[in-house]
Ligand binder design. Structure first.
Ligand SMILES: Cc1cc2nc3c(=O)[nH]c(=O)nc-3n(C[C@H](O)[C@H](O)[C@H](O)COP(=O)(O)OP(=O)(O)OC[C@H]3O[C@@H](n4cnc5c(N)ncnc54)[C@H](O)[C@@H]3O)c2cc1C
Length: 463
């Protein structure tokens, strides 16, 4: 274990104000509240928040944290769902003032952006040049480049384009020792040295602070794919259709699913009237594969198949999926959000296991996710005030994670580990990779952060 960061010392807000200005430092309880919770409800109150405007300020703040041995946590929008962005007694480094696009290179196909810009704003800027950055978490309007890199985020288009890790070529990082380094190069090909870029991707703010990223970009496709909404009365038919579509070598642009209870929550939240079928699929298919795809969906006895007639209807289908989590939060219950990735051909079996687990524990578990890459998001609802309900939710959470591991899956496809899944990370690594992989990961953490100041007590360190 790295040494534990402990004390802040007196005058920490004043010292931070000396770096970023008094207007950009606050420690009053009312203003800390926003930074005390992530979007799944994990809570921990920091000591102070600072909002740097430049890399030099970040460097000086990290050096100060190191000198005083205070935990420091880089933060974007706090939209993560595992407790990764909240730490008791920490300096929170709110990166959102650093939100510039520094370069869009339309020949070498990369964008250089500061860490605090949202993915949506980045894509608006790129669209002016006819380009886009493909990974698209459903939280793109909120989440930042730095947060998406640090979480290795995924999203709806990942079935075709992969996750954030496939799109980062270089980073600028402030290390826990207060030094600044470039990792990688903005090149299409480069294999010089160990791949420190991809060590940072998915490191959850535990190895350093990303200040800038060079991200691959590609032209916006000339043809817009057709968007389909398909319903099935049972999960076996839906999962057979998913597997057959993949076996027929059709590559969707997005391929999403929602269960009955999620559609019910969305209908209530958006005041819509979508069919509340057992399984709903939303899929984008290129025109030249449309006939074959429709054939595949029809073969599995759908309830209905709708091809969006125009851009507005296509957007409405997308909205159903992208609003799913917020609709579920709107039900007003405490949640445990899951993020299991299973082999696509085990998806139907996994759905059956989730439903069986819910009924055995007397819980509601709503499920949505990314059908095309086997990434399932069960959301367990429970009553926070009721000890039995909390315990049942926790047992169900562990059981469905462990079942995922047992069928060759991962406990996280995109949301990461944070504090939520540290124990399960250990179980997965030991089951699939052996003990050595985790030992090396812990050594890497110590090498980067010997004093244990950078987002401590989480992820690999806690596993
Ligand atoms: C409605 C909703 C939908 C979502 N949909 C998806 C989805 O489709 N796919 C998906 O993958 N996730 C999804 N998420 C989860 C979340 O939005 C992503 O993980 C997102 O990338 C987090 O970005 P953020 O800026 O909010 O980071 P934060 O939550 O602020 O931070 C997340 C982690 O990154 C670290 N970090 C932040 N900035 C930096 C930096 N500059 N340098 C180093 N570390 C940093 C933090 O310390 C923390 O450990 C969703 C969340 C919500 C609420």
């Amino acid at each position: 274990m790295p040494k534990r960061a402990t004390k802040g010392g007196r005058g920490l807000p004043e010292a931070l104000a000396g770096i970023s200005g008094a207007d950009n430092v606050f420690s009053e309880p009312s203003r800390l509240e926003e930074y005390s919770e992530d979007m799944a409800g994990f809570r921990a109150t920091p000591a102070v928040v600072v909002r740097p405007s430049s890399e030099d300020e970040v460097r000086r703040i990290v050096a100060l944290a190191g000198k005083r041995r205070v935990p420091i946590v880089p933060r974007g929008a706090g939209s993560s769902l595992t407790g990764a962005a909240v730490t008791k007694g920490a300096i929170i480094l709110d990166m959102r003032r650093m939100d510039s696009v520094l370069k869009v290179d339309t020949v070498n196909w990369y964008a250089r952006a500061q860490a605090g810009i949202t993915l949506e704003d980045l894509n608006k800027r790129l669209a002016k040049e006819g380009f886009f950055f493909p990974p698209d978490p459903a939280s793109s309007s909120l989440c930042t480049v730095g947060g998406a890199v640090a979480e290795g985020s995924g999203g709806l288009r990942c079935v075709k384009y992969g996750t954030v890790k496939d799109w980062v070529v270089a980073l600028r990082v402030v290390l826990p020792n207060g030094r600044v380094s470039n990792f990688g190069e903005p090149l299409a090909k480069n294999r010089a040295g160990f791949d420190l870029v991809h060590l940072m991707v998915g490191s959850e703010g535990t190895l350093g602070v990303v200040t800038e990223a060079w991200l691959k970009i590609i032209p916006i496709p000339k043809a817009t794919p057709k968007r389909l909404l398909i319903t099935y009365g049972d999960w076996r038919s839906a999962s057979d259709a998913i597997c057959q579509l993949r076996a027929s070598r059709i590559m969707p642009h997005i391929f999403e699913f929602l269960d009955r209870e999620t559609i019910q929550a969305v209908n209530a939240h958006l005041d819509t009237k979508q069919d509340e079928a057992e399984a709903t699929l939303i899929v984008d298919i290129e025109e030249d594969s449309l006939a074959e795809a429709l054939e595949t969906f029809k073969r599995n006895k759908p309830g209905k198949i709708v091809v969006a007639k125009d851009a507005a209807e296509a957007e409405a289908f997308y909205h159903i999926r992208s609003m799913a989590y917020l609709a579920i939060r709107g039900l007003g219950k405490a949640v445990q959000v899951e993020d299991i990735a299973v082999p696509v051909d085990r998806l139907g079996e996994y759905m059956a296991k989730v439903k069986e687990t819910a009924s055995r524990h007397g819980l509601r578990i709503l499920v949505n996710g990314h059908a095309g890459d086997g990434n399932v998001h069960p959301v367990i609802l429970y009553d926070e005030q009721d000890r039995a309900s909390r315990a049942a939710a926790h047992r169900a959470f562990e059981e469905i994670c462990r079942y995922g591991i047992s069928i060759g899956g991962s406990v996280t496809g995109e949301h990461g580990i944070g504090v939520q899944k540290a124990k399960l990370l250990r179980e997965q690594l030991e089951a699939h990779e052996g003990k050595e992989a985790l030992r090396l990961m812990k050594e890497i953490k110590k090498l980067f952060d010997p004093d244990g100041i950078m987002n401590p007590g989480k992820y690999v360190e806690a596993a």
